[in-house]
Write a protein that binds this ligand. Structure first.
Ligand code: UTP
Length: 295
């Protein structure tokens, strides 16, 4: 197999309205809501960095300026921390800062859909394969989801989607893939169906918010008609691309939390807090007691 072009850039579409999380998202982008002590977006950026991503492309929108500030130096804060000898905090902040020139921000002026948001990154990405990470889906696993996808991509090339099992009864809520021949740790995708009618899903494997795509997707998205929800859908663009290119699936084995929904966000907080040695002892007992007291 020929050497594949490295996946260097990742797109984070953060321009959605977050209506499922109102009123919190009236003034705070959902990507900035905190899971334990980090904003949701930081988890996703960390996952991308672990996978070898070198350039982080944020597609922002109205009211999302705080995301840009978050990935910048805060001089006054850092000066204050220095004066107060808060060295651990300074080191923490420095470790999270992207290197100069490795973060780009572009604006989706109108939230016309995920497909449109990805298209807005076309000039920054250019003519090379790239990753897309939905920033409200955060994951917990020994090996990061995108890292696993990049490893599979090294074997398959083409396009790679991460998939995960769901309750078959819930398959109608997701984008579901059809399972073909095995390749490496994954398999070839035979079909993609967005929100299949009950009982018609080709599997119970849903697309969980991580994509490696070839740049030809941009040309398709440019003229993509609006689809479900009157939005320009990434899935429709991928279906068109699948007519001429291969798609493989990476079956992700960890846990995924949809932080764009209240229940997923609360579960993520509990799960990540329980993984923390500094927090678990203080919350485990009270959590068990709370559950035991449920009527
Ligand atoms: P979602 O549908 O989950 O996000 O889109 P949303 O529209 O913000 O959420 P609700 O349904 O109103 O609560 C998936 C991802 O695509 C981004 C969102 O920010 C989210 O990360 N997105 C969606 C855009 O960047 N632009 C859009 O036009 C639509």
């Amino acid at each position: 197999m020929a050497q594949q072009q490295k996946i260097r850039k990742a797109v984070f579409p953060v321009a959605g309205l977050g209506t499922r999380f109102l009123p919190a998202t009236k003034a705070v982008p959902k990507e900035m809501l905190t899971v334990v002590d980090k904003p949701v977006i930081q988890y996703v950026v960390d996952e991308a960095a672990e996978a070898g991503i070198e350039h982080f492309v944020f597609v922002t929108g109205r009211g999302k300026g705080v995301i840009e500030d978050y990935f910048d130096i805060q001089y006054e804060l850092e000066q204050m921390l220095r004066e107060r000898n808060k060295n651990a905090e300074l080191t923490l902040l420095a470790g999270l800062l992207p290197k100069a020139g490795t973060a780009s921000f572009t604006r989706q002026q109108v939230p016309l859909g995920l497909g449109h948001a990805v298209w807005c990154a076309r000039d920054i990405v250019g003519n090379e394969p790239f990753a897309v990470l939905l920033p409200d889906m955060i994951m917990s696993a020994e090996k990061g989801c995108l890292k696993g996808m990049v490893d599979l991509y090294a074997q398959t090339g083409g396009n790679v989607l991460a998939v995960q099992e769901c309750d078959p009864e819930q398959a109608h809520k997701y984008g579901i893939v059809g399972v073909g021949d095995a390749v490496g740790e994954g398999f070839k995708i035979t079909q993609m169906v967005e929100k299949p009618a009950k009982g018609t899903a080709p599997s119970n494997l849903y697309i969980n918010g991580r994509y490696i795509l070839q740049p030809e997707i941009f040309k398709i998205l440019e003229t993509q008609e609006r689809g479900a929800g009157n939005e320009i859908q990434l899935t429709d663009g991928m279906l068109a691309l699948a007519k001429s290119q291969e798609f493989a699936a990476y079956p992700f084995k960890g846990d995924t939390y949809d932080c764009g929904a209240k229940d997923g966000f609360i579960l993520a907080n509990l799960a990540f807090a329980l993984q923390r040695a500094d927090i678990r002892p203080a919350i485990e007992g009270p959590m068990k007691a709370l559950i035991a007291s449920l009527k």
